[in-house]
Design a protein around this ligand. Structure first.
Ligand code: 13P
Length: 255
């Protein structure tokens, strides 16, 4: 199976943006703009807009995801949201391990693994984020680090469950900075991730798994990044907040 047989997925990560009123406006603009997509289109929105997003996108080709999930099923975890709560709302995807969660909310490879397992066991599809920071890239440990993050995040995930896993390679130094990885840098690391998936699960799973790039992907650079053989999609922050920019990226992935 080569790239043409893998599912291309363009996912927006809205982060902490958009009130419910603003979310309605954006989704109203997105629905016609991406209706002819020849790829999977996902919007990951704050918890407060998930209900709106699920309702508004019913009957469209837009899928809805959350930006995080807790690993316990229920209990005394003030401020947290369980996988069952997301499933009950009609949410289909969730992001785990985003670098902002790791950096600002003390998430570790171990908790990313627990969240990933909890989400998969509840029936969610998971976008698992990995990626190095600038120091780590300069130290030349990008590949080792991303291999380790991938292995720990997937610890206990079965080959069968891998059908519901997407890996998002997001170099931290490229997130929200306007500094995109070159398409060659993105390809190199996405290929290294596919190699580790092959070691863990065998060639068939490695070749079937969608691997996204994220980090300042925008309407201008998406086509080149998505043209690389191991870059199957994008996880988009800033550019997912504007319907026209996001639709241009979706169109680039639909070619
Ligand atoms: O973190 C990202 C997506 O999860 C990328 O964000 P930007 O596209 O804003 O760089």
């Amino acid at each position: 199976m080569d790239k043409a047989n893998r599912k291309a997925i363009i996912a927006g990560n809205w982060k902490m943006n958009k009130t419910a009123t603003e979310a309605v406006e954006l989704i109203d603009a997105l629905i016609p703009a991406v209706k002819d997509a020849n790829c999977e289109v996902v919007i990951c929105t704050p918890f407060t807009t998930l209900v709106t997003a699920v309702e508004k996108t019913k009957g469209t080709n837009i899928h809805v995801g959350a930006e995080n999930v807790h690993f316990e099923k229920s209990g005394a975890f003030t401020g947290e949201i369980s996988a069952d709560m997301l499933v009950d709302l009609g949410v289909e995807y969730v992001i785990t391990g985003h670098s902002e969660r790791r950096q600002y909310f003390a998430e570790t490879d171990e908790t990313v693994n627990k969240r990933t397992l909890a989400a998969l066991n509840a029936g969610l599809k998971v976008l698992v984020c990995v990626g190095e920071n600038l120091t780590q890239r300069e130290q030349g440990v990008t590949e080792e680090l991303v291999r380790m993050q991938t292995k720990i995040a997937l610890n206990g995930v079965t080959a069968e469950q891998m059908a519901n896993v997407v890996i998002a390679y997001e170099p931290v130094w490229a997130i929200g900075t306007g500094k995109t990885a070159t398409s060659d840098q993105a390809q190199e690391v996405c290929a290294a991730i596919r190699k580790v998936l092959g070691e863990l699960y065998g060639e068939a799973v490695a070749k079937a798994t969608t691997i996204q790039y994220g980090g300042s992907m925008n309407a201008g650079n998406a086509e080149e990044l998505l043209g690389k053989p191991d870059v199957d999609g994008g996880l988009i922050g800033g550019a997912s907040l504007k319907a026209d920019a996001f639709a241009t990226i979706v169109a680039a992935a639909s070619k």
